[in-house]
Design a protein. Sequence first.
Length: 362
Amino acid sequence: MNGAGGWLHSQRIGYGVCAALLVLLPLSLVVAVTFGTMPLPVGDVYGVLSSKMLHAVFGTAVPERWAAGSALHDVVWLIRLPRLVLGAAVGAALALCGVVMQAIVKNPLADPYILGISSGASLGATLAALFGVGAAWGARSVGAMAFVGALVVSFAVVFLANLGGRATAVKLLLAGSALSAVCGAFSNFAIYLRNDDHAPAQVIRWTMGGLGAANWQGNGVMVLAVTAGSLFFLTQSRTLNLMLLGDECAITLGTDLHLRRMLYLAVTSLLIGLAVYQAGTIGFVGLVVPHGVRLLLGTDHRTLVPVSALAGAIFLVWADVACRVVLPGNELPIGILTSLLGAPVFLYLMVRHRYGFGGGTA
C-alpha cells in the first residue's frame, strides 16, 4: 500500500511539474523577446502579439506602432520570436531524443550525438560547403545535406549493429563510435583537399549551431514534428521503462524490444535530422536536460518524456537569450554555450561510477 501510495504521489508531482512548465514556456517566450541589442518593454511585446492575434481572429484594427512594417513589429515578429520558437522546438526535440536514446542503450551518458549523428551531419555540411553537393537545395544546401548525413549515419548505425545477430545496446554504441570516427576523418580529409580558407570557416560557423536562420514556415514543420514525436513516445512509455530492465527481463514479460529499439532509433533520427537542418549542431541538450529531470522525478517515462521535452524547450530559449546578451555587440554561437554547460555535467556523470537511472546508486 505504501508503495502504491508513493507511486501515486510521484505521479502527481510529475503531472504538476508538467503543468507548470506548460505555463512557463509561453511566458518564457514572451519575456525572452524583450532581450537583445535593443531591449523592448514587455508591454510592447504583448501589444504586438495580442494585436496580431485579435486582427487574425476578429479583424480588429492594429495600432500603428504595432502594425506590420513598423520597427517594433519586425523586431518582435520577424526576428526574435521566430528564433525563440525554433529554439523551443529544437530544445524539446533534443531533450526528447536524449531520453529515448538513453533508454535504448541503457546508459545515462548517451545523448542524440553519441551514435555518430553529429559527425554525419558535419560531413554532409562539409560536402555541401566545399564541393557543392546538394546544390539543388539552394541557399539551404548546407543544412539539407546535414539532414541527409544525419539520417544516413543513423540508419548505418542500425545496419552495422544488426550484423552478426540482433542489435544490442553495446553494439549500437560501438557502431556509433566507429561511424563518428569515420565521418570525422572524411570531413577533415575533404577540408584538406579543398584547401580553401573561406569554405571551412562556413562549415565551422554552421557546426557551432545557431537559430538566426529561423522562419515561420520552417518553425511550423519543426513544431509539428516534435509534437508528434512527443505524443508517440508518450504512448511508448511502458516499453521505454522495460528497456531499462534489459531484453531478457522484457521477453519474460512478453515484449520483444528488438523491433521497438529500431523503430525508436528511426524516429529519433528523423527528429535530430530536422533539428540539425534547422539549427546546426547543438550538443549536450539531450544529456543535461534528461539527467536533471531524472534526478528530480525518477525514471518513469510517463513523466520523464513530457517534462524533459518541455524543460528542453525552456532551456534552449534562455540559452539563446544568454547567447545574445553575454557578449555586447556580438552573438555567441549557441552550440558553444551548450557545450560549455554540458561538458562539466558529462564529466560529472563519468566520475560517478555507480550512477543509476534513478539518480541514485545502482
